[in-house]
Design a protein around this ligand. Structure first.
Ligand SMILES: *[C@@H]1O[C@H](CO)[C@@H](O)[C@H](O)[C@H]1NC(C)=O
Ligand SMILES: *[C@@H]1O[C@H](CO)[C@@H](O)[C@H](O)[C@H]1NC(C)=O
Ligand SMILES: *[C@@H]1O[C@H](CO)[C@@H](O)[C@H](O)[C@H]1NC(C)=O
Ligand SMILES: *[C@@H]1O[C@H](CO)[C@@H](O)[C@H](O)[C@H]1NC(C)=O
Length: 278
């Protein structure tokens, strides 16, 4: 007669074998569908109005894959036709939406290295939206999304007026930003800002710091809308001022893998959780 302990031990062994089998099955399914991955390092990116932008998309293949039959399709949500399509070793643009005519390109010489990024010239407001990069080849199949937002932003230039006031002037902002000033210790300072729009709706900002500036002091001027934040530091020395600006884009970018891999990871987690609970 088997003791209760032996029965429990036996059933635990049985469970472990069963679950191991399950894991192998799930991994086999996940990786038979896709031996490569499609990914983007910028799931959310900001284009500067009138400038060029690159929407990142790359694919990685495990050793044996061949690239001869790779096809890359860029689509935009809610838009008819393709943004760009590459198939049979050439651009296939007969189905391209007119909005992207002569404005979209792939880095064709680097497709063999896994570069499926889209180069978009002269970014317009209407380009905002969610783009989908799909790559398929013998052993790859995956899609990643890149959310493109469009704004205008430029660093301010600082000047000390004859009356001793410090002003910051920035030429290109969209949407219209807000300006705040603070001292080196982080205290908010009073200021007044004037805005003027040009013919295409881009805002020029001139902001005057109310408090008199002190020599050898540093002031921080933050120009910010819902997309971009410019942090500009003005250092006053010998009645001259020098500025230094960096930009922060809202929506931090994290690496996003294609759905296939995510699915495999989620399933694996599920199985591991079951083992722990069991
Ligand atoms: C490949 O892709 C990146 C962005 O995804 C891009 O910046 C780069 O210039 C591309 N081309 C080459 C030649 O690497
Ligand atoms: C100094 O002049 C600027 C205009 O050049 C003005 O906006 C600012 O209010 C003046 N500052 C003071 C303290 O009078
Ligand atoms: C800013 O201006 C307001 C009145 O316009 C005043 O009450 C306040 O004390 C000022 N703050 C600083 C830090 O100067
Ligand atoms: C500039 O345009 C924006 C809309 O983009 C508007 O809200 C703002 O009032 C305009 N500013 C001026 C000074 O005309």
């Amino acid at each position: 007669m088997a003791s209760i302990g032996q029965i429990i031990f036996g059933s635990m062994i049985f469970l472990i074998i069963l679950i191991s089998g399950l894991i192998i099955l799930i991994l086999a399914i996940a990786f038979s569908v896709s031996q490569g991955t499609v990914e983007t390092s910028t799931p959310s990116t900001v284009g500067d109005l009138g400038q060029d932008v690159v929407l990142d998309c790359k694919f990685l293949m495990s050793g044996s894959g061949k690239l001869d039959d790779v096809s890359i399709t860029w689509l935009k949500d809610g838009l008819r036709g393709v943004v760009y399509q590459y198939k049979n070793k050439a651009a296939q643009l007969q189905g391209q939406n007119a909005q992207f005519k002569n404005r979209a390109l792939l880095f064709q010489n680097y497709i063999s290295k896994g570069n499926a990024s889209l180069f978009l010239r002269n970014v317009k407001l209407g380009d905002e939206g969610v783009y989908r990069c799909s790559v398929s080849a013998a052993k790859i199949s995956g899609t990643v999304n890149v959310n493109l937002r469009v704004a205008a932003f430029s660093a301010p230039t600082f000047t000390i007026q004859t009356n001793g006031s410090l002003t910051a002037e920035a030429q290109r902002w969209f949407p219209q930003p807000e300006v705040t000033w603070s001292s080196q210790s982080g205290q908010l300072l009073n200021s007044s800002s004037q805005y003027s729009n040009n013919s295409v709706g881009i805002t020029r900002v001139v902001s005057v710091l109310k408090a008199p500036v002190k020599a050898d002091d540093t002031y921080t001027c933050v120009i910010q809308n819902n997309v971009v934040k410019a942090v500009a530091e003005a250092t006053v020395k010998d009645n001259k001022v020098t500025g230094r600006t960096y930009f922060i884009f809202s929506g931090a970018s994290t690496k996003v893998l294609s759905l296939h891999v995510l699915l495999a990871v989620i399933l694996l987690h599920f199985v591991l959780d079951c083992i722990v609970i069991g």
